[in-house]
Ligand binder design. Structure first.
Ligand SMILES: [Zn+2]
Length: 229
């Protein structure tokens, strides 16, 4: 944690200079297959096109627990972190195809300090030890500086994720860990942020593990809903 704090301070002192993004902390972002499929481009003139521009929307996608820990773990060894990453990479690919500028971020990514974007979504999944529990939920920080925008982001994610996956909403299990999520305290006040728990690793496992592209479509559509509707 100390190392993270020091790195965050350094990164904050170097806002705009992405020196800390090319290091060892993001093995899957710079060289992953999703980047080979959708290389960054620098021309074009609108978010509806397939090329990104400096004015294209910027979106941050946090692959929950990446670079930090495993998150929830199932008895057979399936980890929340690997489920989150598979979906996060698909979300990034989908949004890049929309022409957005997209950052795939780790749980305690140095870039989160003062992060400025049109939206930030952190992707998580729920525990593997609650038999009978099914469903997803979305939350934003409690004391938001931009409650209208963040409520709209949350609403868009609820609506589109529900439509794509058919999963029920499970708002009764929203915890302080979601509404006080650490990244909400690190990013710029005016970056709309939300966290989604995509489903439960026990009863929703088939969907989350076998259909990551479908799950990702729900999240990406929620972001597009927020930015374009
Ligand atoms: Zn998690």
């Amino acid at each position: 944690m100390l190392i993270t704090a020091v790195a965050s301070l350094l990164a904050a002192a170097l806002i705009g200079v992405q020196l800390f993004t090319g290091g060892e902390s993001q093995p899957t972002t710079a060289t992953g297959p999703e980047n080979e499929d959708y290389p960054p481009v620098v021309s074009g003139n609108g978010p509806a096109l397939t090329e990104s521009t400096p004015t294209a929307p910027r979106v941050g996608i946090v692959a929950g627990h990446a670079g930090y820990d495993s998150g929830a773990v199932c008895p057979d060894g399936l980890t929340e972190a690997e489920v989150n990453m598979a979906v996060a990479q698909e979300v990034v690919a989908l949004l890049k195809r929309k022409g957005y500028q997209v950052d795939l971020l780790e749980e305690f990514d140095d870039r989160l300090a003062g992060y400025r974007a049109d939206a930030l979504v952190s992707i998580h999944a729920d525990s593997c030890d609650v038999p009978g529990a099914t469903g997803f939920k979305v939350a934003r920080v409690t004391d938001s500086a931009i409650p209208e925008a963040e409520d709209r982001l949350v609403d868009c994610l609820y609506r589109e994720y529900e439509a794509a996956t058919g999963l029920p909403r499970h708002p009764s299990s929203i915890t302080d860990n979601m509404t006080n999520y650490h990244a909400f305290r690190e990013i710029d006040y005016y970056t709309p942020g939300a966290i989604i728990e995509m489903g439960f690793l026990l009863d929703d496992r088939a969907l989350l593990v076998r259909r990551p592209k479908l799950v990702a479509r729900g999240i990406a559509a929620g972001v597009v809903c927020f930015l374009e509707e």
